[in-house]
Design a protein around this ligand. Sequence first.
Ligand SMILES: C[S@@+](CC[C@H](N)C(=O)[O-])C[C@H]1O[C@@H](n2cnc3c(N)ncnc32)[C@H](O)[C@@H]1O
Length: 223
Amino acid sequence: MSDQQLWNDVDDYFSSQLIPADDALDAALRDSDAAGLPHIAVAPNQGKLLHLLAVTQGARRILEIGTLGGYSTIWLARALPADGRLITLEYEPRHAEVARGNLARAGLDKITEVRTGPALDSLAQLADEGVEPFDLVFIDADKPNNPHYLDWALRLTRPGSLIIGDNVVRSGAVADPHSDNPTVQGIQRFLELMGEHPKLDATAVQTVGAKGHDGFSLARVLP
Ligand SMILES: C[S@@+](CC[C@H](N)C(=O)[O-])C[C@H]1O[C@@H](n2cnc3c(N)ncnc32)[C@H](O)[C@@H]1O
């Protein structure tokens, strides 16, 4: 049995024990697939982890950078109270359209907003609007821009907020100091910035599973 097969089996086992079938989430993946979106959403057990982190955080306001078909968005938005708010940023209009449909079917369209366009523009727009600080930011878009996303996340959060970054391992490539891959370099700079920032307390964890060998970072904004 290959390593990947074993990791898939364990993820399937965890999901069978801990994550009941869910019509809205299953349909979100089905519609994303039917629309030809890439298979790069978080796995179900990762989505549940995001959900639990948001619940534990008592998040009322969540910012997501990188929507795809809204799969992780549904997990996160379900952690919000009835008067909560989630804003998710997506570059591709087709992805945003699929996500809006998936969020509406999940009954989350009243508390979520999908903003289309380059995330760096949307983030500047949010700052211009003077939005209230977000309690949790999930960064999961184009990795070369991660250092800029971290900068914006710091501007748009408050002490105690959580900043989560996905895909920070890339099958181990992150540990290669000579990598000339802009994605890897973006993640390396992102981690470096988190490690040296006086207002962040951060860690990163590597994972194996249905999405291969990857991982996530977790940072808390300090007072
Ligand atoms: C890994 S997927 C997001 C997956 C989603 N968070 C989930 O787990 O269900 C990354 C998304 O970021 C979007 N993206 C890439 N570059 C972007 C940019 N500059 N601004 C906004 N979104 C971008 C891609 O189009 C893609 O839909």
